[in-house]
Write a protein that binds this ligand. Structure first.
Ligand code: FEO
Ligand code: CA
Ligand code: CA
Ligand code: CA
Length: 636
């Protein structure tokens, strides 16, 4: 989701010093890669056939079109769209009558994160599984004919508010590939909608039950209705899905009468009237005046079991509360679980969670606790190329009563404030973080930051302003057994790519020298690795004249950081959720908000009507399945 109105948040931290020279010697070390045993570190990827392997697809030209496009030799087919009926007896999509009752049975809008969960559970089947998809936000100007960007509150009704809340959240659909083509099964017992309207969820972990999570509707502080602004996510080795709650501040409006919570909400970006007038739609919980603690029940990582349609989703407070982009989960060599997380706002931080206990494949009940008991850390990037992980523990360092932290619950509810106190580095909007299944190194997308000043730049955020974004690679140390230690206090890191046009010196872009005129991009957002450990980057905010899409590259060898353009989205869309099947033969992508192209692109005259291209159908976000013509691995 774009964040055009975001403002930098105040920081107690001294700005980092001036940019240091790229550390070529360290880059050479990174090229050397890691011990092969790191393959075992990551789940969700099949055994690999070695590093690299050569990206041989014919590169797609840059473009700005109403339709999507993929590199020659590949098919890109729409699998499911906003409004498609996914539950038994669900009504067909009627764009002239979008109701809550219909939406809660249909595929949600603005698809973001995608997780492919094979069937049977625990297998690496790449032809049959569950597609678990976030629905981040809704676009009322594409849902209702009389809404424009100026009158949303005026024309809001209780039923519209309910329909909007039902259109977002998350979907589970059973999907199957037959004769090379993917389809979803409408009557599957697994199909499910989680909505912001009426899906009951549970708060767990150190902050659960705390008075700051109690409201007039929930005196226990443990029961929440719905999930909001579900952006990217992750998956665990015990086959659950993680949903990241991101821009929850858009949901609330009004003035809190509680000074402590007012300051807390300001730190999360609750500075304006709220983008969605749900307070005016008979939804009093979105009124900050009446329910100043309700926002504290959003902004968490949500875990649920997609294989059990009755499972109650759990908001895991131990992982902190901020504007979570995603949750890159990895099984450390000692069995502990590590979750890397970005807080997507200007000058916000990067986090890491480490579980106390080890994963036990034979004890599913014990694994239920892994995301409730552990330590949250914030990253501090040093000018010498080291990354220190600083623990956020109540009672240690500045996280004490005199600074307003009375318990670990306060530290977790106000994670951003705690991070500033201990010295986390303010970054250029940290979005997706994923662990490479081959090298065991960690890649962070920093999408952009147009508000960073030159004197606020540093080694980890080297451009001010930074309109094009960059990518960092973290290198955990190698443990005695030869595997990467994701729990170490100190990593190394390097700048992997500085995005922008390398032909324009003012961009100060940096890629592999072999980059073509179509190989560059702007605003890296989500990412995925294929089974060979090659990086696939999805963008949100391409420069004028270039649609967003997917670019892919090797991460080591002579083609390191040589990105090539593979797929592009229609006008007005961003690209989310890249996800490979375990065999690397299908790439699922989420085309989000096609036609969201400024104040004049409205219900009656959108800039594109992708993917239906029918005069009676609005543009619809959709999941696209990309396969190679004739079959085979994507990319090579
Ligand atoms: Fe929902 Fe930061 O993208
Ligand atoms: Ca984004
Ligand atoms: Ca994103
Ligand atoms: Ca990802």
């Amino acid at each position: 989701m774009k964040h055009s109105e975001d403002r930098p948040l105040t920081s107690d931290q001294t700005p980092l010093g001036r940019m240091i020279e790229t550390r070529l010697s360290r880059r050479t070390i990174l090229r050397g890669g890691a011990a092969l045993s790191v393959v075992a570190l990551s789940f969700g990827a099949t055994a690999c056939s070695g590093r690299g392997g050569g990206l041989s697809f014919k590169e797609l030209p840059h473009g700005s079109t109403d339709d999507h496009a993929v590199a020659d030799g590949y098919d890109a087919k729409v699998l499911v769209r906003w409004g498609d009926p996914i539950l038994t007896n669900a009504p067909s999509f009627d764009p002239t009558d979008v109701t809550a009752e219909a939406q809660r049975q249909q595929f949600g809008t603005n698809n973001d994160f995608i997780s492919f969960m094979p069937l049977p559970k625990g297998s690496t089947n790449s032809d049959h599984g569950l597609l678990c998809v976030n629905h981040e936000f809704c676009v009322p100007t594409q849902m209702f004919a009389d809404v424009n960007f100026a009158n949303a509150t005026k024309v809001m009704t209780a039923e519209r508010g309910r329909a909007e809340l039902a259109s977002i959240g998350h979907s589970v659909i059973e999907v199957k590939k037959t004769d090379g083509t993917w389809a979803f099964i409408q009557d599957s017992k697994f199909n499910r909608r989680l909505t912001a309207l009426d899906t009951e969820m549970e708060l767990t972990g150190p902050a659960a039950g705390h008075e700051r999570l109690q409201t007039s509707e929930d005196k226990t502080g443990r029961k929440v209705i719905g999930t909001l602004f579900t952006c990217a996510g992750g998956k665990t080795p015990w086959h659950t899905v993680l949903i990241a709650e991101e821009n929850v501040h858009y949901s609330f409006s009004g003035t809190p009468n509680d000074p402590r919570e007012a300051a807390n909400h300001r730190a999360m970006g609750f500075t304006g009237p709220g983008r969605y007038p749900w307070r005016a739609a008979a939804q009093p919980r979105f009124d900050l005046g009446g329910e100043p603690r309700e926002p504290n029940r959003f902004g968490w990582i949500v875990e649920y079991d997609p294989y059990n349609p009755q499972s109650v989703p759990k908001k895991r407070t131990a992982l902190g509360r901020f504007r979570h982009e995603g949750a890159g989960c990895v099984l450390n060599h000692d069995g502990r679980i590590v979750v890397y997380q970005g807080d997507d706002a200007r000058f916000e931080c990067v986090y890491r969670y480490v579980s106390d206990d080890a994963f036990d494949p034979d004890n599913p009940e014990a694994n239920e606790q892994l995301l409730d008991k552990g330590t949250l850390y914030v990253g501090r990037f040093e000018e010498d190329g080291s990354l220190n992980w600083l623990p956020l523990i109540h009672g240690s360092g500045p996280l004490v009563n005199k600074n307003g932290f009375d318990s670990q619950a306060d530290v977790l509810i106000e994670t951003r404030r705690a991070a500033r106190f201990v010295g986390g580095t303010p970054m250029d909007r940290p979005e997706d973080i994923d662990v490479n299944p081959v090298t065991g190194t960690v890649f962070l997308m920093l999408t952009n930051n147009t508000e960073r000043k030159v004197d606020e730049t540093g080694a980890a955020n080297p451009r001010g302003p930074n309109p094009y974004g960059h990518i960092l690679e973290f290198v955990p140390p190698v443990a005695d057994n030869g595997e990467r230690d994701h729990t170490a206090d100190r990593f190394e890191w390097d700048v992997f790519i500085k995005a922008g046009d390398p032909a324009d010196e003012t961009h100060e872009a940096a890629y592999n020298d072999g980059i073509t005129p179509d190989g560059w991009f702007g605003a890296p957002d989500n990412c995925a690795f294929d089974p060979k450990g090659r990086l696939w980057i999805a963008t949100d905010g391409a420069p004028e004249g270039i649609n967003d899409g997917v670019w892919a590259c090797e991460v080591s060898g002579s083609d390191r950081a040589l990105t090539r353009h593979f797929y592009r989205v229609p006008h007005g869309a961003e690209l989310c959720g890249p996800e490979f099947t375990p065999d690397g033969e299908t790439l699922f992508v989420a085309v989000q908000h096609p036609g969201l192209s400024g104040p004049n692109s409205l219900f009656d005259n959108p800039t594109t009507r992708w993917p239906d291209f029918r005069d009676d159908m609005p543009p619809r976000s959709a999941v696209v399945a990309i396969t190679r013509k004739g079959g085979g691995e994507i990319g090579s």
